[in-house]
Design a protein around this ligand. Structure first.
Ligand code: PNW
Length: 498
């Protein structure tokens, strides 16, 4: 198939002429109040899995069950940030980032998830982290839920498939607002509800690894996450926001989808694809219901919102967090895969490679990740157009290298491909801002190499290399130095990006 290639080359040509004018971009070219940060998530970095009263999460159980993690590893120790947070925060400060997005482990606060007894040791730990950050002038951006559900909530009530979970999430969220909100001014309720729905309940490659009821559970799980988000925001707005003066949002993930051709059926398929990623979560918030395309394709499989829920969800964000990594071409497709197949229902096909070997962009290590800088420019403009230009933070953006213990150390540290990824993607963010998109901040994923879910430690997303064989020591990669220069050039504008 060669369809799409001509279009791809045209877009690349347009993009390269824009990019040519952005070769010496520095921090000073972004608005002064624009936030630059780095991101991690508790389960991927903390370790200390049974210390200080932490209860088990679904990811502990999932990663310990044979066959779920490709290198047979787990995150019992991960990169030990629980003990090394001071060193890591020192590194964030040194590099010049002004914000750190991290997540709180729910089962450190409520070990069995039930919300009856707060674990003081958990509160103490995050107090220490937050105070250390503020001490170094780094703003905490705190995610309440980044996939590590207390195991008991899965075992005793089925986790996200059960509506009762809303109550427990609300208690947990409120405990965090009241304990940390005097110092935390930026809250994220849930990270990527899409991935929990699809990979937790359709492909089964993420915890809790369910596939059995994939024709309806993903939609139910998404529904309950949306409602849990809305309940938490309503508590925040009613009881804490005025007093504490912070903001709260939801993090969604979306690859960009580019129509394969100008044919109506391909353009419609592209809209559907975006609806099944972004509209699924943002339409209920901005328009009060799921996208029409989802109603059409799913019928009764799509849960319904009550009037109270619609009210609660409406405008329940101060900002959108966008995790963005990659892009696909999309065309209309009907094939005869299973009826409950997630993509079959959408009637779309996603294309990243063509016969003859041309790809949509350079490949990273994760099989789904291609480097396509113009995609972030397009997705930001799409969000601005569809949702009336809401404030957006890019809460994750990055690429990974394959773990390779045969490569010399210096080669692993000299991550040229990552430097070119950040250079390109930041230029594209800059262009979107110039076009008028209301982008407020940007977080690189990730601060350091870490436990990449079902791919274990085989992928390295960090700006900082973690030496797993030598005491988890941290070493700056070229990309970390690149960011350092990008920030240092502020005002001077005399430093080149590369
Ligand atoms: C994000 N996809 O997940 C998560 O928020 C991080 O915890 C994770 O480490 C990071 O991206 C890198 O994978 C995603 O297949 C996982 O499109 C997969 C996709 C997108 C985001």
């Amino acid at each position: 198939m060669v369809e799409g290639l001509e279009k791809k080359r045209k877009i690349e040509e347009e993009w390269s002429s824009i990019y040519a004018s952005k070769q010496s971009l520095t921090r000073a070219d972004f608005p002064p109040d624009f936030t630059f940060g780095v991101a991690t998530a508790a389960f991927q970095v903390e370790g200390a899995c049974d210390e200080d009263g932490r209860g088990p999460s679904i990811w502990d159980a999932f990663s310990h069950a044979p066959g779920n993690i490709c290198d047979g590893s787990n995150a019992d120790v991960a990169v030990d940030q629980y003990h090394r947070y001071k060193e890591d925060i020192e590194l964030i400060a040194k590099l010049g980032f002004g914000a750190y997005r991290f997540s709180i482990s729910w089962s450190r606060i409520f070990p069995d998830g039930l919300g009856t007894k707060v674990n003081i040791e958990g509160i103490r730990h995050y107090n220490n982290v937050i105070n250390e950050l503020l001490d170094k002038d780094i703003q905490p951006y705190v995610t309440l839920y980044h996939w590590d559900l207390p195991l008991n909530l899965l075992e005793s009530m089925g986790g996200w498939v059960n509506e009762h979970i809303l109550k427990y999430f609300a208690i947990y969220a409120e405990t965090c607002f009241s304990s940390f909100g005097d110092r935390v001014k930026n809250w994220i309720t849930i990270n990527e509800p899409l991935q929990t729905a699809v990979n937790g309940y359709y492909t089964g490659v993420y915890a809790p690894g369910r596939r059995e009821h994939s024709s309806n559970e993903p939609y139910l799980v998404a529904h309950h996450q949306l409602l849990a988000h809305a309940e938490a925001v309503s508590i925040y707005n009613k009881k804490y926001k005025d007093k504490q003066g912070g903001q709260i949002g939801l993090v969604v993930d979306c690859e960009w989808s580019e129509a394969m051709s100008d044919r109506l059926e391909d353009r419609n398929a592209t809209t559907r694809r975006l609806d099944f990623q972004l509209g699924w979560f943002l339409d209920p918030i901005y328009f009060g219901d799921y996208p029409e395309t989802m109603h059409e394709k799913l019928g009764d499989r799509l849960p319904k919102f009550s009037e109270r829920h619609k009210e609660l969800l409406k405008n329940s964000v101060d900002f959108i967090g966008l995790n963005h990594y990659t892009t696909r071409f999309v065309c209309h497709a009907t094939d005869n895969r299973e009826d409950n197949d997630f993509y079959r229902v959408q009637e779309v096909e996603r294309i990243a490679e063509w016969e003859g070997g041309e790809t949509i962009g350079e490949k990273a290590a994760s099989p789904w990740l291609y480097m396509v800088p113009w995609g972030v420019w397009k997705v930001l403009n799409y969000i601005s157009m569809r949702y009336n230009n809401p404030p957006v933070y890019i809460t994750e953006n990055g690429m990974d290298d394959e773990e390779d213990d045969t490569s010399p150390f210096h080669q692993m540290l000299d991550d040229k491909l990552r430097v070119s990824y950040y250079k390109g993607y930041l230029a594209a963010v800059h262009q979107a801002i110039k076009d008028g998109a209301n982008v407020r901040g940007y977080f690189a994923w990730s601060l350091l190499d870490n436990f990449e879910w079902h791919l274990g430690y085989t992928k390295r997303f960090g700006l900082i290399y973690v030496d797993y064989k030598n005491g988890l020591t941290r070493h700056l990669k070229s990309s970390a130095y690149w960011f350092l220069r990008f920030f240092k050039a502020e005002g001077g504008k005399n430093l080149k990006l590369d």
